[in-house]
Design a protein around this ligand. Sequence first.
Ligand code: ADP
Ligand code: MG
Length: 606
Amino acid sequence: MSSANTVTARVTGVHDDIVSIRMLRDAEGEFYPLTKNEVVLICPQRSEAGRTEKLQAEVLRVRHGEADVQVFETTRGVAIGDAVEQTGQMLSVALGPGLLGQVYDGLQNPLELIAGQHGFFLPRGLAVDGIDQNQKWSFQPVVKVGTRVKAGDLLGRVPEGKFSHKIMVPFNLRGEAEVSWVQEGSFSVATPVVRLRLANSQEREVSMQQRWPVRVPVNRDLLREGYNQRLFPQQPMLTSIRLIDTFFPVALGGTACIPGPFGAGKTVLQGLISRYSNVDIVVIVACGERAGEVVETITEFPNLPDPRGGTLMDRTVIICNTSSMPVAAREASIYTGITISEYYRQMGYNVLVIADSTSRWAQAMRETSGRLEEIPGEEAFPAYLDSAVRALYERAGMVQTNDGSTGSLTLIGTVSPAGGNFEEPVTQSTLRTVKTFLGLSAERAYKRAYPAVDPLISWSRYLDQLEDWFTRELSDGWVGQVKRMIELIRDGEQVQQMMQVTGEEGVTLDDYLTFQKAQCLDQVYLQQDAFDDVDASTSLSRQQELFGLLVRCLDHPLKLEEKEQVREHFVRLSGLFRNLNYSRQDSPDYTRFLQEIEMVGLSAAG
Ligand code: ADP
Ligand code: MG
C-alpha cells in the first residue's frame, strides 16, 4: 500500500483490537468520508520497533464523524491522538500467477518468505506482496488491437506449473472496452501487458495481476451483467473414500461440513479428501487451530506425493492462521482463501476449499461482536451468525465463465463443537446451509472405525440431486440400492441395541442375520484404512464392483439354522472382503479373493 495516504482521522480509544477513531474535517469543513469495510492504517507515534509502523485495520462501524475499526495486529502502544490514514480500498488480495504452492497468512502475507527474513511470523506493521513482484511470467495474448472485451474476458495465457493460467480483464471493469495495445513476452506481474480504451475514451493499463476485495465474490459483477451463469451441480466430487462417494456424496461445486469432537479424525479426513479428490486445485484454510497443528500442516503437507504426479503443493494454496494470531486476521483468512479459489474457478478449474475449522472463524466473529457490544444471540454468537454462515457457503458453486468453460468451487468446512455437542449454534447454522453432513462420532473413533463418520446421523442431499448421474455412470438402481443399505445399517443398529438388553438369545435368527449383515457392510465398505497404500483410495469403478458384489452377497438367501453358523459365515466373508480391499486391482491376489468371495458369499450356505 502506498505511503502517500492522507491522515483523515485520529485515534480516540483502544479496546483490545478494536480502535475508535474520530474523523478530521477536510478543507470545506466536512468530515472525510469513510465506508464500512474500508482499510485504514493506524500509525502509532510511540513505536517500539524504531521504524514507522502502519497497522492495517478494517472499518467495522461508522457513525457520524466516528468509527470503530478492527486492527489485524496487536494494538500494543497505540494511543489516543495517533494518526489514521485512509487507503480508500477494502481488504483485498492480489490475484495473478504465482499463487499456487504458496503458504499465506490470513492477509496474504507469504509465510515462507517472512520466515526467511523475520522468523516464523511477520513483525507488526509490515506487509509483504502476496505475489512475487520480480518473478517473470511468459504472457501469450489471445487478443489483438481492436478486440472488444468486457470484465472477465480472456486476454491471454501464462503457464503456471502444469496449469494454464488465464489472464482476464479486471473483474471490476464497467461496460465494454477496446484493446488499444498489447505485448507478448516475459514480464513481472506488475508490468502492463494490455492497454484498454474505455467507453469514456480513457485508457486503462492491465497487468497480469489484479486486486480484489475478499468479502465480495470475484464474479459478483459478472453474474449480474449476465457474462457468467450459475449452474446446478451436475456430478459428484469423487474423493475415493467409499463412505463419501457411495453413501454421502459431495457434488463438484457443492457444500459439506464435517463436525466432530476433538480427536475424531477431522484433520486426517480433510487431508485424505484434499489429496485424492478429482479436483484441479486445493485451497486449505487452516483457521485458528493450535499453532503446533498448523505448523505440522504446512511442513508435512507440501511434501506429500500427489497421486497424479509431482507433489501436492504444486496445486495447493495454504492459508494459515493459528489461534495465537490476532482474531481479525483469523476471521479474514477464510475469505482470503475463498477469493483465491474463486479466481481459479474463473479460469475453468475445479477448486476445493477446505476450511479447518469454521468454529474458530465463528469464534473470531463472536469476539469482535462482543467487543463492539452488539446484542448477542445464542451462546454469545452474534445474531447474524446464521446469515454469515450462509453467505460463506453461498460462495461455493458451479459457474459458466465468460468463454463458456465451467469451473467449480466446492467448500468443505470442519466444525469443532466443544465436547462434540452438535446442538451448539455453529454446527446448527452450518447444518441448515450445507448439502452434505459428515458427522464424526467419538464412539466410532474410539472403536477405531475410521473414517469415524457416523452413518446413522450423516446425510447428503446430493444422493437424490445427482441421481441422473449415478444412473447414467453406474447403474439404474444405484441410488435405490444405496438407500437400502443405509436402511440395513439402521436396522442392524436397532438389533444391536436390543441385544444389549436381551443378549443374543433374545433376538430372532432373522434379526441376528440383519445385525451380522450390517456389521459386515460397516467393516468392509464404510471403514477404510487411511494408512494402507491400496485401501486409502478406492476409485469409483472399484467402488462400483465392490459395492455390487457386497450387495449380492448380503442379498443372497442363507440356509443357516444357527446363529453360530451365521456369525462364522460373516466372519469369513468380512475377512475375504478386507483382504480384497488391501489388494491391488491388477494383482493375482485380487482375482483370487474375488473368486473366493463368490464361492463363500454366493453359494456355500445359500
Ligand atoms: P481431529 O482433527 O478431529 O482432532 P485428527 O484428524 O487429528 O482429529 O485425528 C486424530 C487421530 O485419529 C489421528 O492422529 C489418527 O491416529 C487417528 N485417525 C483419524 N482418522 C483416521 C483414519 N481415517 N485412519 C486411521 N487413523 C485415523
Ligand atoms: Mg484437527
